[in-house]
Design a binder for this molecule. Structure first.
Ligand code: FEO
Length: 396
């Protein structure tokens, strides 16, 4: 059983650590697991804010019942309908059949479609309030963070923001649950990877939400994943602001696809020439080995992107295609780009790289390199030109 932890008087976090699931949304790797955070406010009315993923609901319901000690749940607030938070709604409703479910006009069709639930609903809108007795909750819409129905719940009396996925992180909560009880260095990549992988497509809605929520006094951020923020609130908000403006650092991600090593040689050459020009943050990844999750995360961070692929059946290599289509889908902005290719008889990678460049509208810093098999003198010169041009742009 997971112990409920009191955040403020009468306000609890009941969450579960999930170290078993390998892939979040059945796609994104979870090497350090993930936590699902649900919250309970015990006032004259009892409120639950979001639930947990279905596979963990037995633990969750046991903790909730223990915490409530015979009290009933009056309201369930559904900030977000993705099943990692809505998965226990049906079970909760079985335990507390008189419970009212609070959501907005976009929440309820999903509730019906996912779980067939269409009764005891209370619709809220931007700025609506819910009276709990000695406290009132306020609701703010946060569409596309991370689904269209997403909203956040604010508790003005304690300055607590129940933020849903916003300010969330991958990684279980090992030991403590607050940001000042956890090793944030250990979790750093899991925090940024959560943003870039899950929320990264929605930079504009994130900016809108940050401006709106920036007007509220906030002493605690209770997200549905990861640490509860109370000591590093400004830091996590600043990170979200930076990431959602697609602000990058000096550095280069070189992602390559290579069957027998010739294209990898070109990647290493480019890395060497970048280092010669003073670039220190160089991340070279093999797309066949490194999941797009990590590539996307590095690309969110570093301004320079250099992509290389061998040809494969007259097209681009499949794992590079996966990366390109992910980047197009997320719509990552604000990068310098160059690419290189390698062929054995006919090409295939270059047309796809050109299509990608047209779509992304990133600034191309140098003509591409195009080798046939083992890189020759001219190919080395072309790789050098790419690296030098990229370094010059980054240092400008
Ligand atoms: Fe954590 Fe979008 O669900």
């Amino acid at each position: 059983m997971n112990q409920a932890i009191e955040l403020k008087k009468g306000i609890y976090r009941i969450g579960v650590n999930d170290r078993r699931t390998h892939l979040f949304e059945n796609y994104w790797p979870l090497p350090k697991g993930v936590a699902y955070n649900s919250y309970v406010i015990v006032d004259e009315k009892v409120v639950v804010v979001d639930t947990v993923e279905r596979s963990r609901m037995d633990d969750y319901l046991e903790s909730l019942e223990t915490t409530l000690n015979g009290k009933k749940v009056d309201y369930l607030i559904v900030n977000h309908m993705e099943p990692d938070h809505s998965g226990a709604i049906k079970a909760l409703l079985c335990h507390y059949p008189d419970m009212t479910i609070v959501g907005n006009c976009k929440t309820f069709p999903m509730l019906e479609n996912f779980y067939g639930i269409h009764h005891n609903l209370l619709e809220v809108k931007e700025g609506s309030t819910l009276d709990l007795g000695s406290r009132k909750l306020q609701f703010y819409m946060a569409p596309m963070l991370h689904w269209p129905e997403t909203m956040v719940t604010y508790l003005p009396s304690e300055h607590i923001l129940f933020s849903g996925d916003i300010f969330g992180a991958f990684g279980t909560l090992d030991g403590g649950i607050f940001d000042d009880q956890l090793d944030l260095d250990y979790l750093e990549e899991e925090i940024s990877r959560y943003y870039s992988n899950i929320v990264g497509k929605y930079g504009v809605p994130a900016q809108t939400a940050l401006k709106k929520l920036g007007t509220l006094p906030i002493d605690m951020i209770c997200a549905t994943h990861g640490p509860i923020w109370r000591s590093h609130i400004k830091d996590i908000i600043a990170k979200y602001d930076k990431w959602s403006r697609y602000e990058t650092e000096e550095g280069v991600v070189i992602a390559f696809s290579s069957m027998y090593g010739h294209t990898e040689n070109m990647a290493d050459m480019i890395g060497h020439f970048l280092a010669e020009k003073g670039i220190r943050k160089i991340r070279i990844h093999d797309t066949s080995k490194t999941h797009p999750s990590y590539l996307i995360n590095d690309i969110f961070r570093y301004k320079g992107v250099i992509l290389g692929s061998c040809s494969y059946n007259g097209g681009i290599f499949p794992t590079m295609e996966t990366l390109l289509s992910e980047l197009e889908h997320i719509g990552v902005k604000n990068h310098y780009l160059a690419f290189f290719a390698n062929k054995t008889w006919s090409g295939g990678a270059l047309p796809r790289f050109t299509q990608f460049a047209d779509k992304m509208k990133w600034e191309i810093v140098a003509p591409h390199a195009d080798a046939s098999g083992h890189p020759k003198n001219q190919d080395v010169e072309d790789c050098k030109a790419i690296a030098y041009a990229m370094a010059e742009k980054l240092k400008a």
